[in-house]
Design a protein around this ligand. Sequence first.
Ligand SMILES: [Zn+2]
Length: 121
Amino acid sequence: MSHDYMKYASFESPSDVVDWLETETARLWPALLGSLSFRRSPCVRENCPACMSGEQHPSYVLYGRVNGRRLAVYVPEELVPEVRRSLDNGRALQELLQKAAPRYVKALKRERAKAPKTKKV
Ligand SMILES: [Zn+2]
């Protein structure tokens, strides 16, 4: 458990958690989910030196999922760093949301405990 978590966990309110989430997520855009694969494939040209040497042609493909359907999108090499960064952001965002869940629920419970007239179940 992180230092920050221990430091704030005992008194933060739900809106503190929301503020924290907004601050932390602000630097994570664009955030993408998917997987970037590298592959080498042959081309259609005859006597292509790259293909004949076995090197073939490197290319990147982003695999994503839209409405449950797998989707492949070709990614030009010069866009690969940007796509990678966005995928890293996506993973960081997922981790952050995982961390946020217990923190937010604890804050909600703390708030509920403070409200004397709320009927507790
Ligand atoms: Zn070729």
